[in-house]
Design a protein around this ligand. Structure first.
Ligand code: FE
Ligand code: FE
Ligand code: ZN
Length: 266
Protein backbone atom coordinates (compact mmCIF):
# COMPACT_ATOMS: atom_id res chain seq x y z
CA UNK A 1 0.00 0.00 0.00
CA UNK A 2 2.80 2.39 0.94
CA UNK A 3 4.69 1.67 -2.30
CA UNK A 4 1.66 2.20 -4.57
CA UNK A 5 0.95 5.48 -2.79
CA UNK A 6 4.55 6.59 -3.35
CA UNK A 7 4.43 5.62 -7.01
CA UNK A 8 1.59 8.08 -7.66
CA UNK A 9 3.05 10.92 -5.59
CA UNK A 10 0.70 10.54 -2.64
CA UNK A 11 1.67 11.29 0.96
CA UNK A 12 -1.38 9.74 2.57
CA UNK A 13 -3.89 7.10 1.56
CA UNK A 14 -7.04 5.36 2.62
CA UNK A 15 -7.47 1.64 2.98
CA UNK A 16 -10.26 -0.71 3.88
CA UNK A 17 -9.72 -2.52 7.14
CA UNK A 18 -11.36 -5.60 5.60
CA UNK A 19 -13.42 -6.40 2.52
CA UNK A 20 -15.43 -3.20 1.90
CA UNK A 21 -18.56 -5.31 1.59
CA UNK A 22 -18.00 -6.67 5.10
CA UNK A 23 -17.00 -10.17 6.10
CA UNK A 24 -14.13 -11.59 8.07
CA UNK A 25 -10.82 -9.74 8.26
CA UNK A 26 -7.52 -11.35 7.28
CA UNK A 27 -5.02 -11.74 10.10
CA UNK A 28 -2.38 -9.00 10.20
CA UNK A 29 1.23 -9.99 9.64
CA UNK A 30 3.18 -7.98 12.24
CA UNK A 31 6.22 -8.01 9.92
CA UNK A 32 4.21 -6.41 7.10
CA UNK A 33 2.84 -3.80 9.47
CA UNK A 34 6.35 -2.94 10.58
CA UNK A 35 7.54 -2.56 6.98
CA UNK A 36 4.64 -0.25 6.25
CA UNK A 37 5.34 1.83 9.37
CA UNK A 38 8.92 2.25 8.17
CA UNK A 39 7.90 3.35 4.65
CA UNK A 40 5.46 5.88 6.10
CA UNK A 41 8.02 7.34 8.50
CA UNK A 42 10.83 7.40 5.95
CA UNK A 43 8.76 9.26 3.35
CA UNK A 44 7.02 11.64 5.72
CA UNK A 45 3.48 10.44 5.11
CA UNK A 46 0.65 12.29 6.80
CA UNK A 47 -1.97 10.47 8.79
CA UNK A 48 -3.75 7.64 7.04
CA UNK A 49 -7.52 7.44 6.85
CA UNK A 50 -8.76 3.87 7.13
CA UNK A 51 -12.31 3.25 5.99
CA UNK A 52 -14.70 0.86 7.72
CA UNK A 53 -16.72 -1.40 5.38
CA UNK A 54 -19.63 0.59 4.04
CA UNK A 55 -22.07 -2.21 4.67
CA UNK A 56 -21.79 -1.80 8.44
CA UNK A 57 -24.89 -0.30 9.97
CA UNK A 58 -24.70 0.41 13.70
CA UNK A 59 -28.32 1.63 13.69
CA UNK A 60 -29.92 -1.16 11.68
CA UNK A 61 -33.33 -2.45 12.77
CA UNK A 62 -31.83 -5.93 12.92
CA UNK A 63 -29.99 -6.78 16.10
CA UNK A 64 -27.75 -9.19 14.22
CA UNK A 65 -26.62 -6.43 11.83
CA UNK A 66 -25.98 -4.06 14.72
CA UNK A 67 -23.96 -6.72 16.51
CA UNK A 68 -21.90 -7.33 13.40
CA UNK A 69 -21.09 -3.62 13.14
CA UNK A 70 -20.09 -3.63 16.80
CA UNK A 71 -17.88 -6.70 16.45
CA UNK A 72 -16.22 -5.55 13.20
CA UNK A 73 -15.46 -2.04 14.41
CA UNK A 74 -14.12 -3.23 17.73
CA UNK A 75 -11.84 -5.67 15.93
CA UNK A 76 -10.79 -2.99 13.41
CA UNK A 77 -9.78 -0.66 16.22
CA UNK A 78 -7.60 -3.40 17.69
CA UNK A 79 -6.03 -3.98 14.27
CA UNK A 80 -5.45 -0.27 13.78
CA UNK A 81 -3.03 -0.32 16.72
CA UNK A 82 -0.51 -2.00 14.38
CA UNK A 83 -0.42 1.42 12.64
CA UNK A 84 -0.80 3.68 15.65
CA UNK A 85 -2.02 7.25 15.55
CA UNK A 86 -4.09 7.21 12.37
CA UNK A 87 -7.75 7.76 11.51
CA UNK A 88 -10.60 5.29 11.19
CA UNK A 89 -13.50 6.70 9.23
CA UNK A 90 -17.00 5.25 9.10
CA UNK A 91 -20.46 5.97 7.72
CA UNK A 92 -22.65 6.56 10.77
CA UNK A 93 -25.47 4.41 9.41
CA UNK A 94 -29.07 4.41 8.22
CA UNK A 95 -31.90 4.37 10.71
CA UNK A 96 -34.18 2.56 8.21
CA UNK A 97 -37.37 4.16 9.46
CA UNK A 98 -36.67 3.88 13.19
CA UNK A 99 -36.16 7.63 13.31
CA UNK A 100 -33.19 9.93 13.50
CA UNK A 101 -33.16 10.11 17.29
CA UNK A 102 -33.17 6.31 17.68
CA UNK A 103 -30.40 6.03 15.09
CA UNK A 104 -28.20 8.61 16.78
CA UNK A 105 -28.73 6.89 20.11
CA UNK A 106 -27.69 3.47 18.74
CA UNK A 107 -24.60 4.88 17.00
CA UNK A 108 -23.46 6.74 20.11
CA UNK A 109 -24.06 3.72 22.32
CA UNK A 110 -21.98 1.50 20.06
CA UNK A 111 -19.14 4.02 20.03
CA UNK A 112 -19.16 4.20 23.81
CA UNK A 113 -19.01 0.42 23.99
CA UNK A 114 -16.09 -0.03 21.60
CA UNK A 115 -13.93 3.04 22.24
CA UNK A 116 -11.14 2.86 24.79
CA UNK A 117 -9.46 5.84 26.44
CA UNK A 118 -6.03 4.40 25.57
CA UNK A 119 -6.68 3.84 21.84
CA UNK A 120 -4.28 5.75 19.59
CA UNK A 121 -6.74 5.89 16.69
CA UNK A 122 -9.12 8.80 16.20
CA UNK A 123 -12.52 7.70 14.89
CA UNK A 124 -14.03 9.90 12.19
CA UNK A 125 -17.72 10.23 11.39
CA UNK A 126 -18.17 10.88 7.68
CA UNK A 127 -20.50 13.63 6.45
CA UNK A 128 -23.10 11.81 4.34
CA UNK A 129 -25.23 12.64 1.30
CA UNK A 130 -28.44 12.03 3.26
CA UNK A 131 -29.53 9.29 0.90
CA UNK A 132 -32.56 7.35 2.18
CA UNK A 133 -32.48 7.32 5.96
CA UNK A 134 -28.76 8.03 6.29
CA UNK A 135 -27.63 9.73 9.49
CA UNK A 136 -24.97 12.36 8.90
CA UNK A 137 -26.57 14.27 6.03
CA UNK A 138 -26.82 17.23 8.42
CA UNK A 139 -23.97 18.57 10.52
CA UNK A 140 -26.39 18.48 13.47
CA UNK A 141 -26.50 14.66 13.27
CA UNK A 142 -22.75 14.41 13.73
CA UNK A 143 -22.68 17.08 16.44
CA UNK A 144 -25.25 15.12 18.42
CA UNK A 145 -23.33 11.87 18.14
CA UNK A 146 -20.10 13.61 19.22
CA UNK A 147 -21.84 15.20 22.20
CA UNK A 148 -22.85 11.74 23.43
CA UNK A 149 -19.44 10.13 23.00
CA UNK A 150 -17.46 9.76 26.21
CA UNK A 151 -13.91 9.62 24.73
CA UNK A 152 -14.38 13.07 23.22
CA UNK A 153 -10.72 13.53 22.29
CA UNK A 154 -10.73 10.42 20.07
CA UNK A 155 -13.63 11.45 17.81
CA UNK A 156 -13.65 13.73 14.77
CA UNK A 157 -15.23 14.27 11.37
CA UNK A 158 -14.22 13.51 7.79
CA UNK A 159 -15.83 15.91 5.32
CA UNK A 160 -16.70 14.46 1.92
CA UNK A 161 -17.13 17.24 -0.66
CA UNK A 162 -19.55 15.23 -2.82
CA UNK A 163 -21.62 14.20 0.19
CA UNK A 164 -21.98 17.65 1.76
CA UNK A 165 -23.05 19.10 -1.57
CA UNK A 166 -25.58 16.30 -2.00
CA UNK A 167 -26.72 16.94 1.57
CA UNK A 168 -27.70 20.48 0.54
CA UNK A 169 -24.61 22.43 1.60
CA UNK A 170 -23.51 24.44 -1.41
CA UNK A 171 -19.80 23.91 -0.88
CA UNK A 172 -18.95 24.82 -4.48
CA UNK A 173 -21.08 27.98 -4.52
CA UNK A 174 -20.51 29.19 -0.99
CA UNK A 175 -17.58 27.56 0.75
CA UNK A 176 -17.27 30.23 3.46
CA UNK A 177 -20.85 29.82 4.53
CA UNK A 178 -20.61 26.02 4.62
CA UNK A 179 -17.41 26.09 6.69
CA UNK A 180 -18.98 28.71 8.96
CA UNK A 181 -21.96 26.44 9.46
CA UNK A 182 -19.68 23.48 10.15
CA UNK A 183 -17.81 25.56 12.70
CA UNK A 184 -20.98 26.74 14.44
CA UNK A 185 -22.59 23.30 14.61
CA UNK A 186 -19.66 20.92 15.04
CA UNK A 187 -16.52 23.05 15.45
CA UNK A 188 -13.76 23.18 12.84
CA UNK A 189 -11.33 21.70 15.36
CA UNK A 190 -13.22 18.40 14.89
CA UNK A 191 -12.50 18.34 11.17
CA UNK A 192 -9.63 15.90 10.66
CA UNK A 193 -9.76 14.69 7.05
CA UNK A 194 -11.28 15.45 3.64
CA UNK A 195 -12.73 13.16 1.00
CA UNK A 196 -12.18 15.04 -2.24
CA UNK A 197 -14.77 14.14 -4.86
CA UNK A 198 -16.76 15.90 -7.51
CA UNK A 199 -20.48 15.10 -7.68
CA UNK A 200 -22.64 14.01 -10.57
CA UNK A 201 -25.63 15.79 -9.04
CA UNK A 202 -26.58 19.32 -7.96
CA UNK A 203 -26.56 20.41 -4.30
CA UNK A 204 -29.30 18.77 -2.25
CA UNK A 205 -29.73 15.80 -4.61
CA UNK A 206 -29.04 13.23 -1.85
CA UNK A 207 -27.82 10.75 -4.45
CA UNK A 208 -24.17 10.12 -3.54
CA UNK A 209 -22.69 9.64 -6.99
CA UNK A 210 -19.05 10.66 -7.15
CA UNK A 211 -17.46 12.20 -10.24
CA UNK A 212 -13.86 12.78 -11.21
CA UNK A 213 -12.41 16.14 -10.18
CA UNK A 214 -13.60 18.74 -12.68
CA UNK A 215 -16.14 16.44 -14.30
CA UNK A 216 -19.03 17.12 -11.97
CA UNK A 217 -21.22 19.89 -10.62
CA UNK A 218 -18.61 21.13 -8.14
CA UNK A 219 -15.85 21.73 -10.69
CA UNK A 220 -12.07 21.94 -10.51
CA UNK A 221 -11.84 25.54 -9.25
CA UNK A 222 -14.28 25.01 -6.38
CA UNK A 223 -12.51 21.84 -5.29
CA UNK A 224 -9.19 23.72 -5.34
CA UNK A 225 -10.80 26.39 -3.16
CA UNK A 226 -11.50 23.64 -0.62
CA UNK A 227 -8.02 22.12 -0.56
CA UNK A 228 -6.40 25.59 -0.53
CA UNK A 229 -8.62 27.05 2.18
CA UNK A 230 -6.47 28.43 5.01
CA UNK A 231 -8.57 26.71 7.67
CA UNK A 232 -8.11 23.30 6.03
CA UNK A 233 -4.36 23.15 5.55
CA UNK A 234 -2.60 20.01 6.72
CA UNK A 235 -5.67 17.78 6.61
CA UNK A 236 -5.25 14.48 4.74
CA UNK A 237 -7.12 14.64 1.42
CA UNK A 238 -8.40 11.35 0.06
CA UNK A 239 -9.63 10.99 -3.53
CA UNK A 240 -12.60 8.67 -3.99
CA UNK A 241 -13.23 9.51 -7.62
CA UNK A 242 -14.24 6.87 -10.16
CA UNK A 243 -10.82 6.30 -11.73
CA UNK A 244 -9.98 3.12 -13.57
CA UNK A 245 -6.42 2.79 -12.34
CA UNK A 246 -3.59 4.26 -10.30
CA UNK A 247 -2.48 6.38 -13.27
CA UNK A 248 -5.81 8.23 -13.11
CA UNK A 249 -5.23 9.09 -9.46
CA UNK A 250 -1.65 10.07 -10.17
CA UNK A 251 -2.82 12.65 -12.71
CA UNK A 252 -5.56 13.91 -10.41
CA UNK A 253 -3.06 14.38 -7.55
CA UNK A 254 -0.66 16.18 -9.91
CA UNK A 255 -3.33 18.60 -11.13
CA UNK A 256 -4.51 19.40 -7.62
CA UNK A 257 -1.01 19.73 -6.22
CA UNK A 258 0.05 22.03 -9.06
CA UNK A 259 -2.87 24.35 -8.41
CA UNK A 260 -2.24 24.28 -4.66
CA UNK A 261 1.41 25.23 -5.24
CA UNK A 262 0.45 27.97 -7.69
CA UNK A 263 -1.95 29.55 -5.22
CA UNK A 264 0.55 29.24 -2.40
CA UNK A 265 3.19 30.98 -4.43
CA UNK A 266 5.70 28.24 -5.19
FE1 FE B 1 -17.11 6.87 2.83
FE1 FE C 1 -16.37 9.56 1.24
ZN1 ZN D 1 -19.92 8.66 -1.35
Amino acid sequence: MGQSALSIGANTFAFFTRNPRGGKAKAIDPGDAEKLRNVLAEHGFGRLVAHAPYTLNPCSASEKTREFAHMAMKEDLERMEYLPGNYYNFHPGSHVGQGREAGIEMISRMLNEIMRPDQSTTILLETMAGKGSEIGGRFEDLAEIISRVECREKIGVCLDTCHVSDGGYDIAGNLEEVLGEFDRVIGLDRLKALHINDSLNPPGARKDRHARIGEGTLGFAAICDVICHPALQGLPCILETPQEDLQGYKEEIQKLRKEWEKRNGN
